[in-house]
Design a protein around this ligand. Structure first.
Ligand SMILES: C[S@@+](CC[C@H](N)C(=O)[O-])C[C@H]1O[C@@H](n2cnc3c(N)ncnc32)[C@H](O)[C@@H]1O
Length: 287
C-alpha cells in the first residue's frame, strides 16, 4: 500500500465534492476538512478515485493502457520524454510540483518524479492511473501521486503548481492556468505534421499531414518550442499493434483497414512531436 506523505501534494489537492483541503488519517485515507468529512481511500495499487460518478468510466480502455505501457517501455518515445524533462529543467528548475494532466499510465510522470519533482498525475481512466500507481511503486517513487479526475476540473487548489505537463491529452488552458502559480509554465506535447506517417501510410490509401491541434493555448504566451523528430523501426507485429492501439487511429479505422496490419512484422515510421512551453499569466487575466 502506497501512503501519501508528500506535504507539497497533500497541501495542493482539494476535496472534489466541497473543495476543502485534506488531511490523512492513520490508515493513510484522505479526509477533507469540510463540515461533512468526505473520505477517499487509496486503491490497493495506490491511486485515489476522485471522479464523480458522471465522470467515471471514460478515457483509455484497459487494452489501450496496456498497449501504451508496453510500447513506451520499449524506449521508443524516450527522446520525447527527455525533451519534456529538459524543458522542465530549463523553465521550472527548482523542483516543486508538476501536474501531469492526462497522465495515462504514468511513463512521463515517473520520469519527472525521478528527476526530483513532486508529481500529481490525473487521468479520467481508472485503468491508466492504476497502471501509473503500479509503475510508481515499482520505481519506489514516493513523490508521485495519481488520481482519477477530469482535466477540465482538477481536484487541485488555485496556484499550486510550478508546471503542468500535457502530453497527447486534452489541453484545457483555463483550468491549467488556474492551478499554475503565476510564474508557472505549461508544457504541451502534440503531434507534428509528419507524426506516424509510416504507420498511417500502411493503413490508409490517402495519408494527410497532421494539422495543429485546436485546443492549444490562446491566451498564455508561448516562450519556447522544440520539434522532436526521428524515425523508429518496429520489428515485430506486437510492437506495431501496440503502437496502433495507443493512437486515435485505432478507434477511427475500419476493420478492413486494420486488417492491413495483421501479419506485418516490420515498420519504419516517423516520430514528429512538437513540445511547446507557455508562461502562465495570473488566472484573473483570462476570467
Ligand atoms: C493519448 S493518451 C496520453 C497519455 C499520456 N499522457 C502519454 O502520453 O502516455 C490520452 C490520455 O488522456 C486521458 N483523458 C482523455 N480525456 C480526459 C479528461 N477529460 N480528463 C482526464 N484525462 C483524460 C485518457 O484516458 C488517456 O490516458
Amino acid at each position: 500500500m502506497r501512503l501519501l506523505k508528500n506535504k507539497v501534494i497533500i497541501n495542493s489537492i482539494k476535496c472534489p465534492v466541497c473543495g476543502q483541503p485534506f488531511r490523512t488519517d492513520e490508515r493513510g485515507s484522505l479526509l477533507c476538512l469540510g463540515k461533512k468529512t468526505h473520505c477517499y481511500d487509496f486503491s490497493s495499487s495506490g491511486y485515489v478515485n476522485f471522479s464523480c460518478p458522471a465522470q467515471s468510466g471514460g478515457g483509455d480502455s484497459k487494452g489501450a493502457v496496456r498497449a501504451r505501457s508496453l510500447f513506451l517501455d520499449s524506449g521508443a518515445y524516450l527522446p520525447v520524454a527527455n525533451a519534456v524533462c529538459e524543458m522542465l529543467d530549463e523553465f521550472s528548475p527548482n523542483g516543486g510540483l508538476v501536474i501531469d494532466a492526462g497522465c495515462g499510465e504514468g511513463y512521463y510522470s515517473c520520469l519527472i518524479a525521478n528527476n526530483g519533482y513532486s508529481v500529481c498525475g490525473a487521468d479520467i481512466s481508472k485503468f491508466a492511473v492504476d497502471a501509473a500507481a503500479k509503475r510508481a511503486t515499482r520505481g519506489e517513487l514516493e513523490k508521485a501521486f495519481f488520481c482519477t479526475a477530469s482535466v477540465f476540473e482538477l481536484p487541485l487548489v488555485n496556484s499550486c503548481a510550478d508546471a503542468v505537463v500535457n502530453i497527447f491529452a486534452p489541453c484545457v488552458e483555463k483550468e491549467y492556468s488556474r492551478v499554475l502559480k503565476d510564474e508557472g509554465v505549461l508544457v504541451v506535447a502534440w503531434a507534428g505534421e509528419e507524426h506516424l506517417m509510416g504507420l498511417k501510410s500502411v493503413i490508409y490509401d490517402n495519408t494527410h499531414i497532421n494539422t495543429a491541434r485546436a485546443d492549444l493555448p490562446q491566451s498564455m504566451e508561448k516562450i519556447f518550442e522544440k520539434r522532436v523528430k526521428y524515425q523508429i523501426e518496429l520489428t515485430s507485429n506486437d510492437q506495431i499493434l501496440n503502437l496502433f492501439s495507443m493512437t486515435p487511429y485505432y478507434w477511427r479505422t475500419s476493420s478492413e483497414d486494420r486488417e492491413k496490419l495483421s501479419g506485418l512484422n516490420s515498420l519504419t515510421t516517423q516520430i514528429d512531436i512538437i513540445i511547446s512551453v507557455y508562461k502562465n499569466h495570473t488566472f484573473e487575466e483570462i476570467q
